[in-house]
Design a protein around this ligand. Structure first.
Ligand code: SF4
Length: 180
């Protein structure tokens, strides 16, 4: 049996910078979170004046696509994050809730502006005092209205929240719950 040239054997085990540069080690949780946080498709729930700033955020000047969130979806089935921007009247509140329920998991919610966060200046019989009375809010943005930079900061905050999530464990827990 022919023995292999020791010089060749050494070269097989040698450091290969090309391979080294193309391999990334990570955890599955981190990879899923990285994909999720960089491809958030917003459901633009524009209800009043804050929605104008939401639209401005989606325009070229602020370039929301830097965060992978430029794909605004008006179908809740295709959306990941509901951005509630504006005054939530009681007349609209249940419609907002219904749209939220139609969004598939995992999903997140941003309350943009004073009205969506707390009712704002409308201490009125006609206005819900914060969308968090109807659905879970992940990020609140202050302002009346908040500027597009504030919304982008809120989006980055949400990305940091998603970074810390445990999607695999959550999925296992969900399956257990469904089978009980
Ligand atoms: S927070 Fe101000 S700008 Fe936004 S919807 Fe309410 S009143 Fe309008």
């Amino acid at each position: 049996m022919a023995t292999e040239d020791p010089a060749k054997m050494l070269s097989h085990a040698a450091y290969d910078s090309k391979v080294e540069g193309n391999i990334i080690f990570t955890r599955l949780d981190s990879a899923i979170n990285w994909m999720r946080k960089n491809s958030l498709w917003p459901m633009p729930m524009g209800l009043a004046c804050c929605a104008i700033e939401l639209m401005a955020t989606g325009a070229a000047r602020f370039d929301i696509s830097r965060f992978g969130a430029e794909v605004m979806r008006f179908s809740p089935r295709q959306a990941d994050v509901m951005i509630v921007s504006g005054t939530v009247t009681y007349k609209m509140a249940l419609a907002v809730r219904r749209i939220w329920e139609q969004m598939p998991e995992p999903k997140w919610c941003i309350a943009m502006g004073a009205c969506a966060s707390s009712g704002g200046m409308y201490r009125s019989y006609a206005v819900l005092q914060g969308i968090d009375q109807l659905l879970p809010v992940d990020v609140y943005i202050s302002g009346c209205p908040p500027r597009p930079e504030a919304l982008l900061e809120g989006l980055m905050k949400l990305q940091r929240i998603i970074e810390g999530e445990t999607p695999i464990e959550d999925q296992i827990a969900g399956i257990r719950e469904a089978t009980l």
